[in-house]
Design a binder for this molecule. Sequence first.
Ligand code: UT7
Length: 329
Amino acid sequence: MSKIYAAITAVGGYVPDYVLTNHELETMVDTNDEWITTRTGIKERRIQKGEGLATSDMAVPAVLELLKKRGIGAEEIDLIIFCTSTPDMPFPATANILADKVGAKNAWGYDLNAACSGFIFGLSTGAQFIETGKYQKVLIVGGDKMSSIINYEDRATCIIFGDGCGAALLEPNTEGNGIMDFICKSDGSGRDLLNQRGGGSLIPASHESVDAKLHYAHQEGRAVFKFAVTNMADIAAEVMERNNLTSDDVTWLVPHQANKRIIDATATRTGVTADKVVVNIERYGNTTNGTIPLCLWDWESKLKKGDTLILAAFGGGFTWGSIYLKWAY
Ligand code: UT7
């Protein structure tokens, strides 16, 4: 019997309409378009505006688009893994809320919290349910409403993050396409450098925690940058090396979009030329769990069956990971 691989068979995406440009940020904090562009590569990011809207509300259109493209109903989904750092609420899981909103009546689901590496961790985890033959349709969603935890007075942080959500469907493939290999790593000793300290069991919400701005994302940018730039590049190179892939074998490098300089370093380390690196950071900024699925969504029309993709990410936790996959459609 031929081996069952977990292959992506459809993608969907959604970004909110509101465009927060570098020029608008200039009116909010002491920054300028030139600094943001040269230090990060970001020109604009999307923001989810409006009362009563949350991360799941970006996932709904992404998932409905995916289902339509694949020509299946929501009730056919077996499992939803929702990768997010900004769940609608601490519990219940946003996966459950999404399932209810799209009518995925037969799915169970859970949220996966691995910050910017979430989608890599989610794909790696979801693939196991397909490869064992247990399930036929596993939905991996990655998205964040970063604007809900960003301090728009902190110029070092507010300029990089944006809102958005993407989704990918995993199904069995016996033609030799799908997820070939993955490496995922985490190191909790980095927890003080990138986190949201308030709102958990350590520091429950209180007047004091709000006054101390502990419910916002906190990032020590320069320190995180050093870890990100080496670990993301190294893990992409590691997954390539152990699968005997050279840069010529790679059709597309799909890196997490945190900073264009980190993307460039990953391309240099792996030897993948700029024309084969998927980049949309200039339009969406860093959507945390959303970056990689939104890259796949943006590039879908250029991807061909059998293409070799290397996905790589680094995020808070610290977490980092890389996937080697062969595109299946
Ligand atoms: O998503 C997963 C994990 N996150 C990442 O991978 C992000 C990693 N970090 C970064 O991308 C970068 O560190 C940032 C984009 C966040 C910051 O860039 P940087 O080049 O590391 O800047 P810095 O924090 O070292 O600051 C350099 C200077 C400082 O001024 P002085 O002390 O040299 O006078 C900052 O105060 O730039 C100043 N600065 C700014 N200036 C204008 C910091 N933010 C801004 C700003 N506009 N928005």
